[in-house]
Design a protein around this ligand. Structure first.
Ligand SMILES: Nc1ncnc2c1ncn2[C@@H]1O[C@H](COP(=O)(O)OP(=O)(O)O)[C@@H](O)[C@H]1O
Ligand SMILES: [Mg+2]
Length: 347
């Protein structure tokens, strides 16, 4: 209980397979890395604050649901999904259906409980199978002496742990040590440790950090920029199930465009809340509309869903003009194209 901010099990598919093979051969004991471990930010002040909050009962949330997808499946299906917050029913006997490879935009009026739902899922308050690693982003990284680049890379707790162990074993001798070293390097290979820094730097670059900023301490950044670092961590981890609450809030247009471009290539499960129609249109394959304590599912574009809503499908609370939405979308698309061209010629 208590770990609500982020739950990450950083085990890549290929590595998992290798480990499984080895376990069968009796070479490695099933280690912690097989179960859902928690990333480096557990130690962060923010993580701690959340835990204290939970301990003191400030989080008055209750989430129930029956898992109907196969426990080994990469899809997540729940029936009888109910979400209570401070005695209010936000969802009642609804269906939660998230399929692997889909990107869901969660819509609903202010205060209907979108953020509460994301938090409940991020905290695994219902029994999401352990093999599905979750990263939930809703707060900025704590201010510390770590540089932005280090902060992004440190999220990869598994890799960090292995590198520390390798360093420690460097001066030791013996057949077990060698076997263990071989093991560690093999696993690090699988985690592409050489590429890690390049990858972290490229994510930060996309989110607006030049080389100099990447080397700056997190404590020297404003909250908004530390939020960007958190976002970079989330993208760096590449969890099976990524949950983002208003990720564009702290971004300028250029970073929004980069993020949209990155997320639209997301191959796993993405659940996203955003007030930006254009962003949702660009990223999402499916829309979930939270309405009258139920989750309604639509595939396709946001504008499309809105028009179906307007025809009465989900209560007609869509009070905006479709033609102006389309016009805005067209302008934004043009802008986006221009920016992408500029980004491409910059790098
Ligand atoms: N501390 C609190 N005590 C009681 N109710 C709260 C508290 N915080 C938020 N709420 C209520 O919980 C509901 C869900 O909020 P939230 O999940 O933030 O909605 P959304 O993200 O869809 O705007 C809202 O109706 C809000 O008024
Ligand atoms: Mg919200």
């Amino acid at each position: 209980m208590g770990m609500h901010c982020v739950c990450v099990c950083r085990v890549s598919d290929s590595k998992k397979k290798r480990l499984e093979k080895k376990e069968k051969k009796g070479k490695v004991k099933p280690s912690k890395s097989k179960s859902s471990s928690v990333n480096g930010s557990t130690n962060d002040v923010n993580g701690l604050a959340v835990e204290v909050e939970e301990e003191l009962g400030l989080n008055d949330r209750s989430t129930t649901g029956v898992l109907t997808s196969h426990p080994q499946s990469r899809d997540i299906h729940f029936e009888s999904f109910t979400l209570l917050f401070h005695g209010h029913e936000l969802l009642q006997d609804s269906k939660l259906e998230l399929n692997y490879g889909r990107r869901y935009g969660l819509l609903g009026p202010n205060g209907c409980g979108k953020s509460t739902l994301l938090k409940a899922l991020g905290a695994r308050e219902v029994d999401i199978p352990e093999h599905i690693d979750i990263y939930f982003l809703d707060r900025e990284i704590a201010a510390s002496d770590m540089t932005a680049l280090e902060a992004v890379m440190s999220v990869d707790a598994e890799r960090t742990k292995l590198e520390k162990e390798a360093e420690y074993l460097m001066n030791k001798e013996g057949p077990e040590v060698e076997a263990r070293m071989e093991d560690i390097y093999e696993r690090l290979d699988a985690l592409e440790s050489d590429m890690a820094e390049v990858r972290a730097a490229s994510i930060l670059h996309g989110l607006g950090f030049d080389k100099e900023m990447q080397a700056k301490k997190t404590r020297d950044f404003s909250g908004g920029w530390r939020m960007r670092i958190s976002l970079a961590r989330a993208l760096f981890v590449e969890p099976t199930f990524l949950i983002l609450d208003e990720p564009t809030n702290h971004l300028d247009l250029e970073a929004c465009v980069w993020l949209e471009d990155t997320l639209k290539k997301w191959k796993r499960i993405l659940l996203l809340v955003s007030h930006s129609q254009d962003f949702l249109n660009g990223v999402c394959t499916n829309i979930i509309h939270m309405h009258q304590k139920k989750l309604n599912y639509y595939s396709g574009m946001f504008v499309d869903v809105r028009s179906r809503c307007e025809k009465g499908g989900c209560g007609g609370d869509a009070n905006f003009s479709l033609s102006s939405a389309r016009r805005i979308n067209r302008v934004l698309h043009l802008l986006k194209k221009l920016l992408l061209e500029r980004l491409a010629s910059d790098s």
